[in-house]
Ligand binder design. Structure first.
Ligand SMILES: [Zn+2]
Length: 294
């Protein structure tokens, strides 16, 4: 979890830098900053999974005054500010981009102005600056929000987990605890690995298969034939096949049972989306925990 927190913090700082640059004289192009776009999903998915785990601490009711009641107040406040700012920024940005910005296209690394797909003239430096700064500003405004929300949510989940552990320790009957070395992976770490690995396999494997087949066909068949459709057909098939690999592998690795610190194994099938149940059964105490809700 600390790893994702660090990633979210770095992403947030980088987004702020990109956003600040978009107001300056030399804004960054969206092509230089796309890793930040991908990074959002890398930290946002673990945050959502962390939020879905376990009921709130028993005993005293936590007053839900914010989205992340266990995170520090100032983080929640900054999150609200980021949210409001992102909405205003998006509205203004879209109006400016659609109504008042020349429609630049990139051709061979240069910016040009086109009309009905025909070349009119090369864009001036000022037009490039305006275009880059306005598009960059819209995106980075949202990146800031998502990274900050991820960081706040992760810290919230970690603090809540600590509170819950303290609750369990107080209530626990020592005889029931698993006596050997508990598995290293927590339920959260295990279900996060499962989700991310499935997403990577679902998109990555078909890409590799498709490109490989295209290169092979290119070499074998000099002229395009009906066989060139094979890579396209292989795309969905390999995606469905690849998505089944991570659950099969991770089924063999136990996660730490939240009740007894014993070995909890993943019982579910392929992960299809945030509503897929992620049941784990502990072979030491028999407890079944769903890592996806509660
Ligand atoms: Zn157990």
């Amino acid at each position: 979890m600390v790893f994702f927190m660090l990633l979210a913090l770095i992403g947030f700082v980088a987004s702020v830098v990109v956003h600040a640059e978009s107001w300056g004289p030399r804004p960054l192009d969206i092509n230089q900053t796309w890793p930040l776009h991908v990074g959002i999903f890398v930290v946002f998915i673990p945050m959502i999974l962390g939020q879905k785990r376990g009921p709130g601490p028993t005993g005293k009711r936590v007053q839900r005054t914010s989205n992340f009641p266990n995170a520090p107040e100032w983080m929640n406040m900054l999150l609200s500010i980021c949210g409001a700012y992102a909405v205003i920024n998006l509205l203004l940005g879209v109006i400016l981009l659609i109504g008042f910005t020349p429609d630049l296209k990139q051709r061979d690394g240069r910016y040009v102005i086109e009309k009905n797909r025909t070349f009119i003239r090369a864009a001036t430096a000022e037009e490039v600056r305006v275009y880059r700064s306005r598009s960059g500003r819209v995106f980075s405004g949202h990146w800031m929000l998502f990274y900050w929300a991820s960081l706040t949510g992760l810290i919230d989940a970690r603090r809540r987990a600590t509170l819950q552990q303290a609750d369990r320790d107080r209530a626990f009957v020592p005889a029931g605890r698993y006596m050997h070395t508990p598995p290293r992976l927590s339920l959260w770490a295990h279900s996060t690995m499962l989700t991310l690995a499935t997403v990577v396999c679902f998109f990555g494997v078909p890409l590799v298969v498709c490109i490989g087949l295209m290169m092979l066909l290119d070499r074998l068949l000099p002229k395009p034939t009906i066989l060139n459709i094979i890579p396209v057909l292989a795309l969905p098939l390999s995606a469905l096949f690849a998505a089944r690999i991570p659950p099969r592998l991770l089924r063999r690795i136990p996660a730490r049972c939240p009740v007894c610190d014993g070995r909890a194994y993943y019982q579910g099938g392929t992960f299809y989306g945030s509503n897929t149940p992620l049941p784990y059964r502990c072979i030491d105490c028999g407890e079944i925990t769903d890592a996806s809700d509660n």
